[in-house]
Design a protein around this ligand. Structure first.
Ligand SMILES: *Cc1c(COP(=O)(O)O)cnc(C)c1O
Length: 364
């Protein structure tokens, strides 16, 4: 198998130094390892711009969805009701989670290329006083649309709701001021913008609210409260933790700091995204999401013409060192290119050259 760079929404291309951390086997009850978990938790709170007196970080085994499910399952009780805002597959997955658990919820969905509307959310909150929680995805990785987090945060504050944000594909790559936005639970995972490898998710939680959730969980493994209680003692995870992944993540956090923190990483991603969209636009590719709603994370492109074959395109580009992502829409033919991870301007330029070359070959 030839090495390639991942231009996908995660897992991402990581540095060699992050991967090298996984060459050592670590003991879960050893104090050095437990301290590593505690250091990670403290660093995550700093990245989220929260006061450790008010917020706590909980790490959860599994992929990102497991962490979302843990939050839904632990923080929404039988007498609560969630308003779930959706405009893509990840929001819809939260609805599925709510159905599995048997939560009371209201889904407010808009088209995949549209933002939820303030007036409509306001009316829903006025009409249905049973709603206690608002849940939304920040960057909908389905399309790359960036959802209006400030607007939803303002409404949540105004109506006094608990706010749950799936910041899976944005946290670490974009500034999210969790305390200023009044987010109660922010969810992300190891293998997205922090640039670690897959194996666990994490939640930045308002401590006071999480403590009040004791006993709500309908599941043992997905009990975020219990996970926190055990981890908070000395950094030892409840049940076996993914030791190699934790070590890699710790290194990835240090490397994020060395890069200059979130502002620097955001500039790099934004620049990658800008170059990608400018160059592909010149080659005749249209984007599914308009510029003002586009995230600097991943972009959805429409097929350039009727004869375009994604399989053929994918194979051509992969052979030249880059892996792309298929589209996730049913109404239009699209593909996606992520620009996060250990990816720089040179990579994007090389990729665009390869795509230009492919189009030349295709029209011959
Ligand atoms: C990646 C992602 C998830 C989690 O996906 P997993 O495959 O479970 O890691 C959830 N929400 C969003 C917005 C994502 O981008």
């Amino acid at each position: 198998m030839n090495a390639y760079k991942l231009l996908t929404p995660g897992p991402l291309t990581t540095t060699s130094s992050v991967k090298e951390e996984m060459l050592m086997d670590r003991c879960t009850w050893d104090s050095e390892y437990k301290n590593m978990t505690q250091k990670i938790r403290a660093q995550l709170l700093q990245l989220a711009k929260v006061d450790p007196k008010d917020y706590t970080a909980v790490l959860m085994q599994g992929s990102g969805t497991f962490a979302v499910e843990a939050v839904m399952n632990t923080t929404i009780s039988g007498s609560d009701k969630a308003l779930i805002i959706t405009n893509g597959a990840y929001g819809e997955r939260i609805v599925t989670i709510a159905q599995y658990i048997g939560l009371a919820f209201k889904e407010y969905s808009v088209a995949y290329d549209e933002h939820p509307k303030e007036e409509e959310i306001r009316n829903l909150l006025k009409e249905d006083q049973d709603i206690t929680h608002i849940v939304m995805v920040h960057c909908e990785t389905t399309t790359g649309i960036l959802n209006p987090i400030e607007m939803v945060s303002d409404l949540s504050k105004e109506f006094g709701k608990t706010l749950i944000i799936d910041g899976m594909s944005s946290f670490g790559g974009m500034e999210i001021n969790v305390s200023e936005l009044g987010i109660d639970y922010l969810i992300s995972s190891a293998n997205k913008c922090i640039q670690g490898v897959p194996g666990f998710g994490f939640v930045i939680a308002r401590t006071e609210k999480l403590i009040a959730c004791e006993g709500i969980s309908r599941s043992l493994s997905f009990d975020l409260y219990d996970q926190w209680k055990v981890m908070n003692e000395d950094g030892k995870w409840r049940y076996t933790s993914p030791t190699h992944v934790v070590a890699a993540f710790s290194k990835a956090l240090d490397e994020l700091e060395e890069e200059g923190g979130i502002p620097s990483r955001y500039s790099r991603y934004k620049n990658n995204n800008r170059i990608l969209r400018e160059r592909l636009s010149k080659l005749g590719f249209q984007t599914y999401i308009t510029d003002e709603k586009q995230s600097p994370i991943i972009t959805t492109f429409l097929f350039p013409n009727e004869t375009f074959s994604f399989e053929d395109f994918y194979a051509y580009v992969k052979e030249r060192g880059f892996v792309l992502y298929p589209g996730k829409l049913t109404d239009v033919n699209t593909f996606r290119i992520g620009n996060i991870g250990e990816i720089y301007e040179e990579d994007i330029t090389t990729l665009c050259n390869v795509i230009e070359e492919y189009l030349g070959v295709m029209t011959k």
